[in-house]
Design a protein around this ligand. Structure first.
Ligand SMILES: Nc1ncnc2c1ncn2[C@@H]1O[C@H](COP(=O)(O)OP(=O)(O)OP(=O)(O)O)[C@@H](O)[C@H]1O
Ligand SMILES: [Mg+2]
Length: 512
């Protein structure tokens, strides 16, 4: 018996740190939680799994005091408690890192970390103090480069995630809930995050960890709870001993092969996108590549390597200082989104929630937004056509609930992702740039997204995909480009490179 197991055995019979029983939560027209049970022990990393819309975020919002449950009990350190608001959760020692980060863009890193703390009440005097302790926390997280006095709005997605983590740590919590923290991190950052999680667990802090990446569960998890359709499908499973196939079966009720579509014979059309000598100081330097009609090109690299900036420059949202972007042989005017869109370039951005989704509009409208021209006549939108097109996409991507009239803001995180993706898949582009297309999407829907991307390419579109998951870049693409520190290190066929080679390149910054 391993020492870990004997510890677990020794704990049997003891009161767990947290026991949620029979938790029920309704939203208008939806029973999001239908009697959920969850038990978490001190010092455990407890993984919460389930398909998009299963109820994970809703459950942890109940625990965080952001939602009031309609039924059930919460027992914390042996006492029944009610968590009436977010401050109450923090006072009990429960800190939460949300899926949609709730930072204030206009405040500095340190101000965000200490927002709502007693410390903040000391006002100006506390500022240097707050900066100093923020710097200490960020160092502990392995991110000394994040400056405490910089405005949060200026940080990239991964930087914001780190600030959110630092804030959770600042509360000296006994339970930290993390809702898909790895979704915005690259492999190196996930490794660092896991280091922090292990350290916290060793100190007796409990972690509830949500992720759609099943391999992470195996690496970091002690226990697993699987939710399905607002119910607990299984709870307290040993993470190390439960086979992945079993977890997928519990999540989906069926067994899914997690596969990439077959690469077609390479019958490429003409070059559609040509990027030549593209540079932006401090972001990327002298990047050149082409993408042909029917081709899927994947960009691999760490967060901050310049991947997303290259896509945004192609789209005209950033202006190149040097170099050119051409579509079908015609040079685009630098820094003009309008010119790029007119030439048939589409970009599905990384931060979809803030950049792309209109939360109070219907799913149908969100999907048709980029293609309104197609559904408009004489200044009116042809609602029936709009609805039908949206319906098709919702079905193809398995958006749940499959109701295009629903407000986008009421969908779960992963389903919101699918809606924005659907918008770009519906739009008829010549060049489609996708930044992290499967972020936050569950295992079931992933394969469908891969197949759709392949179909688009087969229809003659030139596709460029950025992903932090190297396996995905290789599996999905015809050609792989590797970016490190703003430089293009490698450009070659996807079937001639493996995950380790790409990882070596992005870590070491050397061409293979
Ligand atoms: N504010 C809300 N109003 C109405 N319905 C909601 C609201 N928040 C969540 N829901 C619904 O509750 C259900 C559970 O959503 P939840 O966000 O908890 O899923 P999740 O498991 O976190 O999924 P994901 O993996 O996509 O993040 C979904 O059907 C969702 O549409
Ligand atoms: Mg969620």
């Amino acid at each position: 018996m391993s020492s870990r197991e004997s510890e677990i055995t020794a704990e049997v019979g003891q009161e767990p740190l947290l026991r949620m029983s029979g938790i029920v939560k309704h939203f208008p027209g939806v029973k999001a939680l239908d009697g959920i049970d969850l038990e978490v022990r001190a010092g455990d990393v407890h993984c919460l799994l389930g398909q998009n819309g299963a109820g994970k975020s809703t459950l942890i919002k109940v625990l965080a005091g952001a939602h009031q449950p309609d039924g059930g009990t919460i027992r914390w350190q042996g006492e029944d408690i009610r968590i009436v608001n977010p401050q109450a959760a923090i006072d009990h020692g429960i800190a939460t890192i949300y899926q949609e980060l709730d930072l204030v863009d206009g405040l500095t890193v340190a101000e965000n970390i200490y927002l709502g703390h007693e410390r903040a009440r000391w006002g100006v005097v506390a500022r240097t103090d707050a900066n100093r302790s923020a710097a200490e926390l960020l160092r502990r997280l392995g991110h000394p480069e994040v400056a405490p006095d910089v405005e949060v709005g200026r940080l990239p997605a991964a930087g914001k995630q780190i600030v959110s983590m630092a804030r959770a740590l600042s509360h000296e919590a006994e339970l930290i809930v993390m809702d898909e923290p790895s979704a915005v991190l690259d492999q190196e950052e996930v490794a660092r995050l896991f280091g922090v999680i292990r350290e916290l667990a060793a100190q007796g802090v409990a972690i509830v960890y949500i992720s759609h990446r099943l391999e992470e569960i195996r690496e970091i998890g002690d226990r697993v709870t699987v939710l399905k359709d607002g119910r607990t499908a299984a709870t307290g499973l040993a993470a190390a001993e439960t086979p992945t196939s079993e977890i997928i079966r519990l999540m989906t009720g069926r067994s899914i092969e997690y596969v990439f579509p077959e690469r077609p014979e390479r019958q490429l059309g003409d070059t559609v996108l040509e990027v030549s000598g593209l540079s932006r100081p401090g972001e990327f330097h002298d990047v050149s590549f082409t993408v042909a009609a029917g081709e899927v090109v994947g960009l691999a690299g760490l967060v901050g390597s310049g991947r997303s900036e290259i896509l945004e420059t192609i789209y005209g949202a950033r202006k190149a200082q040097e170099g050119t972007v051409s579509v079908a042989g015609r040079r685009l005017r630098a820094g003009r989104v309008g010119a790029a869109v007119a030439a048939g370039v589409g970009l599905c951005p990384e931060e979809r929630k803030s950049q792309a989704l209109v939360l109070h509009e219907s799913v149908a409208r969100n999907i048709s937004l980029a293609s309104l021209g197609r559904f408009a006549r004489g200044g009116f939108v042809k609602r029936r056509d709009e609805r039908r097109a949206a319906d098709d996409q919702v079905r193809a991507l398995d958006v749940r609930p499959a109701d295009v009239e629903r407000h986008a803001g009421t969908l779960s995180g992963g389903n919101q992702q699918k809606v924005v993706l659907a918008r770009w898949l519906l739009r008829q582009c010549r060049v489609l740039a996708l930044d992290e297309p499967t972020r936050g999407v569950d295992v079931g829907a992933r394969s469908e997204i891969y197949a759709l991307i392949r179909d688009l390419a087969a229809g003659g579109i030139a596709v460029v995909v950025v992903s932090s998951e190297i396996e995905e870049v290789i599996g999905l693409s015809d050609r792989v480009l590797v970016i490190s520190d703003g430089a293009l290190l490698h450009d070659g066929p996807a079937d001639e490179i493996d995950e380790h080679q790409v990882l070596d390149m992005v870590m070491e910054g050397d061409a293979a």
